[in-house]
Design a protein around this ligand. Structure first.
Ligand code: PBG
Length: 324
């Protein structure tokens, strides 16, 4: 007996590849690095198995190894030797990020070096800016501090500045400050859509940047909102951002899709520390297959519309797929 009905594709490996709708953009993978000025070598991060804090010298070695594997972008986080209330170590010409950038660009000139721009790793209170008399982050003095830091990163040779502080007006302020010093070629990759998230937990251990009091909910977004994300994305685009970041990734793919549809700018997704830790922990327990989970996650990021994936898994992913 035969009857008419729709037919599903039975796919071989070759056919599966041929009909694939979305692909991870290998050239858009970005590996974050934690660089600790006080270290001589490498030091593990207990909540992020496989990720280490690096000395400045090791960060240069790691960048070279990543470039060799085909990674085009790295996102730098600095852990300074000293912190104070006004984040002075952030804009020190010989600060940890400044030294690392100079070393990495000298060794790998074609690596895209992205500097995360925030004050929370450099303030002794752990908040993302200068505090006012009430203990709240004071927006405009913080902008001046960020611009000073961005200019010192620019002089060190970064390609991209990634402001993650969430102050109002920061993209326009930074663009203006960079252009005024003729750093017109430096791009701004803005953390336009950044939620107040428990998924950042392990990062705060890694970067030793947990706030000493209060939290970041006043200046980071509420997980329930998506229209607000579109507003943030639009404002940052109007202010001159070149790339928009949505962060975290896994629980926010509807937001990635919405931003992708609204904006003409490239969209990056940040697969954050807590997402990494969950996969690592379940894989270590033998409950899930790490490689298959990561492939599935990266496919979901591409499907949602992200052409850039910032992930602690970038290195292991490219090791498996570069010559595919
Ligand atoms: C702020 C910053 C944070 C992360 C990236 N930039 C921490 C925060 O906002 O609390 C988190 C990244 C991650 O969890 O992997 N400098």
């Amino acid at each position: 007996m035969s009857f008419e009905r729709p037919r599903r594709l039975r796919r071989s490996d070759a056919l599966r590849a041929m009909v694939r709708e979305h692909r991870v953009n290998i050239d858009g993978l970005v590996q974050p690095l934690f660089i600790d000025e006080t270290l001589e070598t490498r030091s593990p991060i207990s909540s992020m198995p496989g990720i280490e804090r690096l000395s400045i010298a090791e960060s240069i070695e790691e960048a070279a190894a990543l470039r060799q594997l085909g990674i085009r972008g790295i996102l730098l986080f600095g852990l300074p030797a000293t912190k104070d209330a006004v984040a002075s170590s952030a804009y020190d010409e010989n600060g940890v990020v400044q030294q690392a950038v100079r070393g990495i660009k000298a060794r790998c000139p074609d690596m895209l070096v992205i500097a995360d721009l925030c004050s929370c790793e450099y303030t002794d209170h752990g908040h993302c800016g200068i505090l006012d008399a009430h203990g709240d982050v004071d927006n405009d003095p913080t902008l001046a501090l960020l611009a000073k830091t961005a200019l010192s990163y620019a002089r060190a040779g970064v390609d991209i500045i990634a402001p993650s502080d969430m102050m109002d007006g920061r993209v326009a302020y930074l663009r203006h400050a960079l252009d005024a010093e003729s750093f017109t070629n430096i791009a701004i990759m803005s953390y336009a859509v950044k939620y107040a998230s428990a998924f950042y937990g392990p990062f705060r251990e890694a970067a030793q940047s947990a706030p000493s009091f209060g939290d970041r909910r006043t200046y980071q977004m509420d997980a329930s909102n998506v229209r607000e994300a579109l507003r943030e994305a639009r404002i940052d685009a109007e202010e001159g951002a070149d790339i928009l970041i949505v962060k975290p990734a896994m629980a926010y793919l509807d937001v990635v899709r919405a931003v992708r549809e609204q904006s003409e700018l490239p969209v990056a997704v940040y697969n954050v520390s807590g997402e990494y830790a969950m996969v690592k922990a379940a894989a270590a327990a033998g409950w899930i297959d790490e490689e298959r989970i990561v492939d599935e996650l990266f496919a979901s990021f591409a499907r949602a519309g992200a052409s850039i994936i910032i992930s602690y898994f970038a290195k292991s992913y490219i090791t498996r797929y570069h010559n595919d």
